[in-house]
Design a protein around this ligand. Structure first.
Ligand code: HEM
Length: 496
């Protein structure tokens, strides 16, 4: 097992402009890490690594994420860097607190009500986005494809509020910007030991962090107050059966009424920000990388388009009397008609789209790396000893590009690799770890696929995307794999 320092973690996570110089740096750092690993294994010296990379073999990933899960919590380093932003929410808690959050959120995600409501919300917001993009296509306007609508849909599905960041000018929402700035700062804390000094003097990113937390707190506490007032109003009118909402925030507010649960307004604030950060950047970033990948792989875009056309014909035959000779309709009507065919069940038929999303996540996992604390001394499946009190990292980004895992074409974008005899075949989550695995697997995975498939089915059916020449596409150093300079492109309305 490799022992790495903060510099190599930085190298293995800095802006990697795929297939170019920065990838070489990344690969060199992986090679160095692995050399260290072998040297260490050869000499059988295991002198208590402070930081370890756990992602070399799927068996090791399985060990830390599942078999000996309780020994690898988030850990002190993670808590310290993240606490002001995430508080004691699901992402930043361990033990009983985590179990309580997990129980409620898993219950919510499994509910049919939430699933049906999400399907409608995802469809409605994509229709707005598609009309904005279609309008841009008529005048050749440049677009920065950052998918602000994810914030709208998370807030609608999670807390039943409209925040209106999806307007015709695609504005930069204050709360969204505060989340970006705050996550950027906490990510740098992992690699910059001087952050406490910056915080003490309140300078640079740490000063911006304080302002970002203020914006986040204003937004979240006002949401809590509004929702509490609504719930009380509903109870006061004895009409709670019809008026009480079933979003995640409302359920936590109900639980907070029982003092035994010890849920304060601060805990509710933490629930909101954890939910937003869990769903927004991960899904938004994946959608951006997907659009980028199909823009540079037009053969894949063409296959998706063909799948969507076949899907439309088959679905339409099942639902309405279908006339292939029908007169062409205006864009808005065709858009709405196609969107009406997309349901939770019917989206399951789009297996090539599903594979293309999965292939995007293999190369660009929304959360590229994840740190873990080490509670007690342990021995990994390859015989490496792990000392108590250390920090381990597994990188789904590195795992997605290892030939050891994916063969010689590991760095090629090839959605067909996910098919076996024309059927989509999933991989072990300890090899394809974009959603993590074991007890802490992403609770929003199905919801994320639902949203991504809804969005991309509609966009890829009607629109094509052309990158602005020479626009640099590389990722930004954050907890999530966002694009440093955005994704600048022009949109062209597709075939009818
Ligand atoms: C492409 C989209 C997504 C990816 C790649 C992704 C990935 C992940 C990963 C890697 C984790 C583990 C993080 C950790 O323990 O440090 C995680 C946890 C989680 N995700 Fe997602 N996620 C996505 C979308 C979503 C969405 C849309 C939601 C909900 C709206 C969501 C909710 C959660 C929650 C609540 C957890 C915490 C689980 C726990 O600690 O028990 N995720 N996700």
């Amino acid at each position: 097992m490799e022992r790495v320092n903060q510099l190599s973690i930085f190298l293995s996570s800095s802006n990697i402009n795929e297939y170019k110089i920065e990838l070489s740096i990344f690969l060199i750092s992986i090679v160095l890490i692995n050399l260290c690993l072998h040297a260490q294994m050869e000499s059988k010296k295991c002198e208590g690594p402070e930081i370890m990379a756990f992602h070399r073999y799927p068996a090791i990933v399985e060990h830390i994420l599942k078999t000996n899960f309780s020994n690898y919590p988030k850990g002190e380093a993670f808590h310290t860097c993240m606490e002001e932003l995430l508080g004691v929410g699901i992402f930043n808690s361990d033990g009983d607190m985590w179990r309580q959050h997990r129980k409620i959120s898993s219950f919510e995600f499994a509910s049919n009500n939430l699933r049906n409501f999400s399907t409608t919300v995802f469809r409605d917001y994509t229709l707005i986005l598609a009309s904005i993009l279609h309008q841009a296509s008529t005048c050749g306007k440049q677009i920065d494809m950052q998918f602000q609508m994810i914030l709208d849909s998370i807030c609608k599905v999670g807390f039943e509020v409209e925040i209106g960041s999806l307007a015709h000018e695609l504005p930069n929402h204050r709360f969204a910007k505060a989340c970006d700035d705050a996550t950027s700062t906490v990510t740098y804390r992992f690699i910059n030991p001087l952050w406490r000094l910056k915080k003490f003097f309140n300078v640079g990113s740490e000063a911006l962090f304080v302002q970002s937390i203020q914006v986040i707190d204003e937004f979240t506490y006002s949401l809590i107050n509004i929702r509490k007032a609504e719930l009380q109003g509903a109870k006061a009118t004895y009409n709670n059966a019809n008026n009480i909402k079933h979003d995640i925030l409302s359920r936590f507010i109900e639980l907070s009424e029982n003092p035994y649960n010890n849920l304060t307004d601060k805990s509710l604030r933490d629930v909101i920000i954890n939910f937003v950060l869990a769903g927004r950047d991960t899904t938004g970033a994946t959608l951006s990388w997907f659009i980028y990948m199909i823009a540079v792989n037009p053969n894949v875009a063409e296959k998706i388009y063909k799948e969507l056309i076949t899907f439309k014909e088959n679905q339409a035959k099942e639902i309405i009397e279908y006339d292939p000779e029908e007169e062409p309709k205006p864009f808005a009507e065709r858009l709405a008609q196609f969107a009406s065919l997309l349901t939770y069940d019917s989206l399951g038929k789009l297996s090539y789209l599903h594979a293309t999303i999965t292939e995007t996540l293999r190369l660009y996992p929304g959360l590229p790396q994840d740190p873990k604390g080490v509670l007690k001394e342990d021995v990994l499946p390859d015989g490496t000893k792990v000392r108590a009190g250390g920090l381990g990292v597994y990188s789904s980004y590195a795992m997605g590009r290892m030939m050891y895992n994916w063969g010689l074409d590991a760095t090629s974008f090839n959605p067909d690799r996910w098919f076996n005899k024309e059927l989509f075949q999933s991989e072990s989550p300890f090899k394809f770890a974009a959603f993590q695995a074991g007890p802490r697997t992403c609770s929003g995975k199905d919801s994320a696929y639902l949203q991504m498939k809804m969005t991309l089915a509609i966009l890829c059916r009607f629109l094509n995307f052309n990158l602005i020449p020479d626009h640099p596409v590389k990722y930004k150093m954050m907890t999530t794999l966002n694009m440093e300079h955005g994704l600048k492109l022009t949109v062209i309305a597709g075939q009818s």
